[in-house]
Write a protein that binds this ligand. Structure first.
Ligand code: FES
Ligand code: FES
Length: 201
């Protein structure tokens, strides 16, 4: 099996490794570089536990070869901060705001998962949070149906999903689109539905 040098920027740090051509990105992240937030579930694109951002797209890192990620920027849930793209958290004095309390190092989506008990074992949570951020960047004020549709590629074996949907709804309530000269950022007509296969879903 041929081996290749790869360099990937992960959560802002340049990481290098020599990997077999068949090495999956999720295994390189966890075992070569120690980023253990993306979890390994099905290894076949069905569960979303391994979800990361790669060059701005949300991908399942078991569906990406490490060599395909060479030169890219990867963000795990440990590397996200603040509001999703195009959105800003409402001011502290806004009635929609909730105090960060002991969770002030986390962004509004992570805090909402905590506040709404959107996790139990937490295995799915890194993927859920990244997928929810992507959904909110596309649809800042989604309906519960749109949330379910947006998260359908991420499987949770614990929560029954109700609290996960509550968490995304609560996060949306904390956020508002950033005003730009051309209107508001972060709005799109459709959701990337998180199809369960392929590297970019
Ligand atoms: S481990 Fe990647 S989708 Fe399940
Ligand atoms: S909280 Fe356990 S798998 Fe989702």
């Amino acid at each position: 099996m041929s081996e290749h040098e790869v360099t990937v920027t992960v959560d802002g740090s340049a990481e290098r490794a020599t990997v077999e051509a068949r090495r999956l990105l999720v295994h390189a992240l966890r075992e070569e570089w120690g980023y253990t937030q993306p979890n390994v579930g099905c290894e076949s694109g069905k569960c979303g536990a391994c979800t990361v951002e790669m060059d701005g797209d949300v991908v399942k890192s078991c569906c990406v070869l490490a060599v395909q990620a060479d030169g890219s920027e990867v963000t795990t849930v440990g590397g996200v901060d603040g509001a999703p793209e195009g959105l800003a958290e409402v001011d502290a004095g806004d009635p929609r705001a909730t105090p960060a309390g002991d969770n002030d190092e986390f962004g509004p989506v992570q805090r909402s998962f905590h506040e709404e008990h959107g996790l139990q074992c937490g295995y799915c949570t890194p993927g859920m949070v990244l997928r929810a951020r992507d959904l909110l960047a596309d649809i800042p004020d989604p309906s519960r149906e749109e949330i379910r549709e947006g998260l359908k590629g991420n499987v949770c074996r614990c929560t029954g999903y109700e609290n996960v949907v509550d968490a995304v709804e609560a996060a949306a309530a904390k956020l508002e689109p950033i005003e730009t000269d051309g209107g508001t950022a972060g709005q799109a007509d459709t959701v990337d539905g998180g199809a369960p296969t392929g590297g970019d879903d």
